[in-house]
Design a protein around this ligand. Structure first.
Ligand code: MLT
Length: 263
């Protein structure tokens, strides 16, 4: 792990391996550690780069609102600092997928391929956005336990709760360690993220769209539908997984990623 100065903030980054750069971008309100199975399983095939997004993990926090576009710009800045000029493989989960859309639309030349895990193309409904803003206020007043209690029951599939409770507990600890200002800023940023659905045809890089079969936040049917509107996307449903497929079923997800990327 190391802190990298990117513009006005420091981002914490984990890096391992050599070859094609593969950026793994975590979801809300998590950090790089959700990708441990991919770090172990893919770093012998490519250069794995796993940042903590602005406001999360050991990266700096900026209060207020952090948009998905800001996070995408942070990652483009990170690639500059790491002197990576070749197009990158970008894999994002959920909020990391919202960041991936912005990266694809704004930094297209830097992108070789996209992997979209358990994420959505649609914006929030006005009710959902209002709910996020309310949660942001509560997290600031009461701490991140509020976010953990709201989210944990929705993150995993039934098999994970039954057979891998240590994953649920480790995720709870990550959320409890995350700073409230970072969580609130990302909640406000997600609330104002744009609807990418009308722009899916512009996202013309090869794409793998991957969804846990029990994902209730970004369900398989919804992901299958947006994949069908992308020019070069392949949809894969992951058995025995919920919203956190790469953490719940790392070997199967790594196999799908390796096959897609030809690694
Ligand atoms: C995530 O996993 O990043 C969140 O569930 C995204 C969201 O709340 O929309």
């Amino acid at each position: 792990m190391s802190l990298v100065q990117v513009g006005d903030i420091r981002l914490n980054v984990v890096e391992r391996g050599q070859g094609k750069p593969l950026l793994l971008v975590h979801g809300y309100p998590l950090d790089h550690s959700m990708w441990r199975g991919q770090l172990d399983g893919l770093a012998n095939r490519c250069r794995v780069i796993i940042p903590d997004l602005r406001g999360f993990g050991a990266s700096d926090v900026t209060p207020g609102t952090v948009t998905m576009e800001q996070m995408a710009d942070d990652l483009a800045g990170l690639l500059d600092v790491l002197k990576i000029s070749q197009p990158t493989l970008f894999c994002g989960l959920s909020m990391g997928g919202y960041v991936a859309w912005q990266f694809a639309l704004k930094h297209r030349a830097r992108l070789a391929a996209l992997i979209l895990c358990d994420t959505r193309a649609a914006a929030d409904t006005p009710e959902a956005a209002a709910g996020r803003r309310k949660t942001a206020e509560r997290v600031l007043a009461e701490g991140t336990a509020v976010a953990a209690e709201a989210l944990l029951p929705k993150l995993f599939g039934p098999a994970t709760f039954a057979q891998q409770p240590q994953i649920v507990e480790a995720t709870r600890q990550v959320i409890l360690r995350t700073r409230p200002e970072g969580v609130a800023a990302a909640l406000r940023g997600m609330a104002e993220r744009p609807d990418v659905t009308p722009r899916l045809s512009e996202i013309d890089v090869p794409a793998l769209v991957l969804c846990g079969e029990h994902d209730g936040i970004s369900p398989p049917d919804e992901m299958r539908q947006f994949a069908a509107r992308m020019p070069q996307a392949r949809f894969v449903e992951m058995p025995n997984a919920g919203h956190m497929a790469p953490l719940e079923q790392p070997m199967a997800v790594n196999t799908a990623i390796r096959e897609f990327l030809g690694l």
